[in-house]
Design a protein around this ligand. Structure first.
Ligand code: HEC
Length: 152
């Protein structure tokens, strides 16, 4: 790891801590690892929340809210995990377009945060279903443009 990258990462990690959003991801070694960990956490939250879509599942508003709150926090955290010098990291599957239009990329993250915050308020399955679908659509909308196929 270059010295610059180390410093940039320490600064990014410091920002995360200052915002009170430190988590397992913040302790990962590089911004690429940290954002991939945060993305994985998003996937796990989607899976956890998806269980409430099963026809026989009892809805648990508190648990769903906790999952959606975690996703909104991840969206916020991810904003700081795409520093410019991580664009050429061999491990990243982020498309270089992320850094060509960072404002648009950040809009996709904001859309995820807003959709998760809205879904957190659902009081029953009927309300949660469309809200959950909207959350999932924000993943796809961003991946379609900004995520490359993972290099093996
Ligand atoms: C703002 C754009 C954006 C949004 C929104 C977004 N992602 Fe991603 N996602 C990416 C990018 C870019 C990568 C590649 C990151 C890298 O490899 O550096 C990625 C990678 C991933 C990965 C692979 C992580 C790994 O182990 O390499 C998963 C899983 C994932 N996203 C799940 C999700 C889910 C689930 C959602 C929605 C709840 C979501 N993402 C929302 C941009 C986004």
């Amino acid at each position: 790891m270059s010295r610059f990258r180390t410093v940039a990462w320490i600064v990014a990690a410091g920002l995360g801590l200052a915002l009170g959003i430190a988590s397992a991801a913040a302790s990962a070694g590089s911004p690429v690892e940290a954002r991939q960990a945060a993305m994985k956490e998003l996937g796990l939250s989607m899976k956890g929340a998806g269980a409430y879509m099963a026809p026989d599942a009892a809805y648990d508003a508190a648990k769903v809210k906790a999952l959606m709150d975690t996703m909104a926090a991840d969206a916020k955290k991810l904003k700081n995990l795409f520093p410019a010098d991580s664009a050429s990291d061999p491990k990243t599957a982020a498309d270089p377009k992320v850094w060509q239009d960072k404002a648009d990329f950040n809009k996709h993250l904001a859309a995820l945060g807003a959709a998760a915050a809205a879904a957190a308020k659902a009081k029953d399955t009927d309300a949660f279903k469309p809200a959950f679908k909207a959350v999932g659509e924000t993943c796809k909308a961003c991946h379609d443009v900004y995520r490359m196929k993972k290099k093996t």
